[in-house]
Design a protein around this ligand. Structure first.
Ligand SMILES: NC(=O)c1ccc[n+]([C@@H]2O[C@H](COP(=O)([O-])OP(=O)(O)OC[C@H]3O[C@@H](n4cnc5c(N)ncnc54)[C@H](OP(=O)(O)O)[C@@H]3O)[C@@H](O)[C@H]2O)c1
Length: 271
C-alpha cells in the first residue's frame, strides 16, 4: 500500500498525524512531497521512516492513493506537472473547495478514479466532519479505504457530488462562524462584568453542550429551544431581540455568500 500526499500544510499535517496515530498506515506506506524544503525536513525529523522524496514525480509514482492537500488554485499547475507520473489505477483524493471530478478528469485523465472530499479543522481534535463523494470506477475496497482515512479525524458523511458545493458553508468554513459566535458571546459576558477567560470557557462549553443535545437527543432544535424558554422569562426576551436583528437570516445570508464564492472557485475565478 502506498498513499502519496502532495502538500503538507495545515490540513495535510492534521491528516498525516491522525492517520499515523490511528495506525491506519505506517510511515513506510506514506510518501509526502511539499515544495517547501524546510517543511520536508521538519516532517522527516518528526516521523522517521516517512517517505519524503525531493520531487513530486517520485512521490506520486506507484501510489495506490494520491491525496492532494494544496490550495484549489494550485491544483491545475501541480497536476500539469505530475500527470504523466500518475498511474491510471491511482485513486485521486481531493480535499479542496471548488474542485470536482470534472476538474480532475480535465487535468489528469477522463477515466480518473476520483474521490471528492471536504474535511473541516475540528479534525485537529478528532472532532472533524468530512463530506465525501465517490466518482466512477472505484472498488468497494477503495471507497472503504478512503472513508477510513477521514474517519481517523472524526465523522464522515457521504453526499452526492452535486451537493458538495454547499459543504463549505455548513461544515468546512462554518467553524469560523461558530468562533465568531463564541467571541461575541464572550464579549457580551465581559461587557456585563465576567472575566474574559471565564467568558470564553462558558460560551464555548455552552456551544459544545447545545450541539451535543441536538445530536444525542435527536430532538428538533426548536423543541430544545422551547425547553429553555419559560413564559415571560429571560430567554424569550433575548430570542425576540435576535429575531428583531434578523439573526437567522444573517446566518443564512452568510452561508449563501460562502456558496457563491465556491461557485466562482469552481469556474476558476480569482477573488
Ligand atoms: N484549512 C482549512 O480549514 C481547510 C478545510 C477544508 C479543506 N481545506 C482544503 O485543504 C487544502 C489545503 O489547505 P491548507 O490550509 O492545508 O493549505 P496550506 O497550509 O497552504 O498547505 C499547502 C501546502 O502545500 C504546498 N504546495 C503548494 N503547491 C504545491 C506543489 N505544487 N507541490 C508541492 N507542495 C505544494 C504549499 O506550499 P506554498 O506555501 O509554497 O504554496 C503548502 O506548504 C485546500 O485545498 C483547502 O481548500 C482546508
Amino acid at each position: 500500500m502506498k498513499l502519496a500526499m502532495i502538500g503538507c500544510g495545515n490540513m495535510g499535517k492534521i491528516l498525516l498525524q491522525s492517520v499515523l496515530k490511528a495506525e491506519k498506515l505506517t510511515t513506510s506506506e506514506l510518501s509526502v512531497y511539499d515544495r517547501k524544503p524546510e517543511r520536508r525536513q521538519a516532517l522527516g525529523e518528526k516521523y522517521p521512516g516517512l517517505g519524503l522524496p525531493d520531487n513530486p514525480y517520485d512521490c506520486v509514482s506507484g501510489a495506490d492513493y494520491l491525496l492532494l492537500a494544496i490550495k484549489p488554485y494550485q491544483y491545475a499547475a501541480m497536476l500539469a506537472e505530475v500527470r504523466d507520473s500518475i498511474s491510471k489505477d491511482t485513486v485521486i483524493i481531493s480535499i479542496a473547495a471548488g474542485i470536482g471530478t470534472e476538474h480532475l478528469k480535465r487535468w489528469i485523465d477522463p477515466s480518473v478514479k476520483a474521490v471528492i472530499t471536504m474535511p473541516n479543522t475540528p479534525a485537529l481534535v478528532n472532532k472533524g466532519l468530512t463530506a465525501i463523494s465517490y466518482g466512477e470506477g472505484l472498488s468497494a475496497e477503495e471507497m472503504t479505504f478512503c472513508r477510513g482515512l477521514f474517519e481517523c479525524v472524526g465523522e464522515v458523511v457521504e453526499i452526492e457530488e452535486k451537493l458538495m458545493y454547499v459543504v463549505p458553508s455548513i461544515s468546512a468554513s462554518a467553524p469560523a462562524y461558530i468562533y465568531v459566535l463564541i467571541e461575541a458571546m464572550a464579549d457580551g459576558g465581559v461587557m456585563q462584568g465576567l472575566p474574559r477567560d471565564l467568558a470564553y470557557k462558558m460560551a464555548a462549553l455552552t456551544v459544545e453542550g447545545s450541539a451535543r443535545m441536538v445530536l444525542d437527543t435527536g430532538k428538533h432544535p426548536g423543541e430544545l429551544k422551547d425547553l429553555v424558554t419559560s413564559p415571560g422569562g429571560t430567554t424569550i426576551v433575548a430570542l425576540k431581540s435576535l429575531e428583531n436583528d434578523k439573526f437567522r437570516a444573517t446566518i443564512m445570508n452568510a452561508m449563501e455568500a460562502g456558496t457563491k464564492r465556491v461557485e466562482q472557485m469552481m469556474k476558476g475565478q480569482q477573488p
